[in-house]
Write a protein that binds this ligand. Sequence first.
Ligand SMILES: Cc1cc2nc3c(=O)[nH]c(=O)nc-3n(C[C@H](O)[C@H](O)[C@H](O)COP(=O)(O)OP(=O)(O)OC[C@H]3O[C@@H](n4cnc5c(N)ncnc54)[C@H](O)[C@@H]3O)c2cc1C
Length: 589
Amino acid sequence: MTNTIEEVANQTFDYVIVGGGTAGLTLAARLTEDPTIKVVVIEAGPEHLNDPAILTPAPPGLTMNNPKYAWPFKTIPQSGLGDREMPMQRGRMLGGSSALNFLLWNKPPADDIYDWEKLGNPGWNWERFQKYAKRIEGFHPSSPKDQELCKQTTNIASHGLDGPVKTMFPRWVSHGEVPIQDSIHAAGIPFATDPFGGDPVGTYMGTGSVDHRNVARSYAAPAFYVPNKGRTNLTVLCGAIAHRIIFHSSVGGGEIEASGVEFEHDGLKHEVCARKEVLLCAGALKTPQILELSGIGNRNVLESLGIATKVDLPGVGTNMQEHLFCIVIFELDSNAKFETLDQLHDKAFAAKELQEYAHHKGMHTTVPTGLTFVPPHFVTRTPSEAAELIDAQRAKVEEKIRAGNLPPGLKEQWILQLERFERTKSGDCEIITFPGFFGVGEPGKKYLTFAGNLNSMLSRGSVHITSSDPNVEPEIDPRYFEEHFDLKLFAEIIKFIRRIPEHEPLKSLISKEVVPGPAVSNDEQIQDFVKKHCNTSWHTVSTAAMLPRDRNGVVDCNLRVYGTKNVRIADLSIVPLHVAAHTQSRVSR
Ligand SMILES: Cc1cc2nc3c(=O)[nH]c(=O)nc-3n(C[C@H](O)[C@H](O)[C@H](O)COP(=O)(O)OP(=O)(O)OC[C@H]3O[C@@H](n4cnc5c(N)ncnc54)[C@H](O)[C@@H]3O)c2cc1C
């Protein structure tokens, strides 16, 4: 049981953490290792501990459209998507998005993390990232038989073995995954050698955040809260929505000092006091809202809403970066005898599988496992096509730099991104395989889904408040495909995926492509398909970026919000430049 309002309202703690999600609970566990430090976490959502809907790994995504578990955010209409609004669910419970994500656990290329250091953040390099990522991971290798059968090989030295977030290769793997990987290899992609050691380039079998002891989701609540809830210096309040940071009057040097947080609980307003610091961990879509409601942000945004500016920080809510995915689905031929998740649509089969799960076996234990990360020259028909695409974009970027109207900080990021596209060890183009129809296919048929992912987009979006009322959600505007290069590269990933079944062993196992299907053939049609059907990967970052202040930075390299003495941010808002990996393992410091 978490704590009561009486234990929090008007009480004083050393650190007040806003948001009991992936980052917030990690931080709370770390800070309270010192028994002299008193920490409170205020989380908007409920506890939901021991809930089978959260704990059962597969099929993924069942809780994300349910307001009992998720913030039902959506973007404003996106002109780059034909005015489509993109749903942007996020976890709203103890554990945050780690409680409803797709459980995929992987790591970025080392060079992507070195880019953070190059952007002006000394010490934010791969070695440090890997040290902390290993510290939180408790990897359990599979048996030698499974390693051989399912190609579940990995460099054990690149994993953490004793950390609280348990990871493992999926216990149930469709026998379709190995032929898929072999065909991807036959299409010219190498096998990745050390994907958890900073070199994910190639194709490999990935791991999930699943606890091998009960084959249940391992996420921030059981990993960081449950084992530490007996600590008398840790207080956690659920159902508490932070409105704004409260500040003392100015101190020397013009920096403002936080004294606590105003929040709402059961419809009533309260305050909690911070002796040392306020730590924002509300996620990349909500942290900017709390800053702006507190008077920290772009003066024009704040003053138009009648909010007095305490720190004029134009970077707040800008530089938003995303990952997108778009799916291609193939129908399997009747000679493909392996099982797929499509069979779970059959009620009798699903009931049998639930019984299997009670014994920690079967389809419900699985997570997406087939992963491929490559730079653009692997997905275009020839390397020179990629080079032409990148050169043309470089010329556009140079022209924009000359014109001198880019937002501060973007030039340096784009230059690094263009270098990334040409690196041999980058993972800007990703393919995830899913043994079944992602959605619902025709009854009795079996499918394979390939999700193409774009991991390094040049377009930048924003998230800003439009009201001084904390209960009005901020306006989310990712500005997808504002940079047309993103769409063109995405279309190349889709074209590559469509060519995979030209290669054995898949060639003999697939009967036809059903999504997008033969009517979508030329480049224009493929781009149009992507615009209509792409989806967020829910990996938003960088809305309060760790960058120099004159480059639209919001926090310094100690994560302290500029202009404040004692407000820090520790969620994914601070990522200065997106990386080619799913985001949960990055919330590790
Ligand atoms: C549907 C989905 C699928 C995903 N799949 C994967 C995957 O397979 N692999 C992977 O690596 N990553 C995945 N991700 C991404 C990953 O889970 C997130 O990037 C990561 O968990 C974010 O951590 P965070 O701490 O920044 O935010 P969160 O974990 O979202 O935590 C933010 C917390 O703050 C709380 N909060 C917000 N506002 C307030 C407020 N005003 N007052 C109090 N509390 C507040 C929220 O309720 C939440 O608990 C997925 C995400 C989603 C949504």
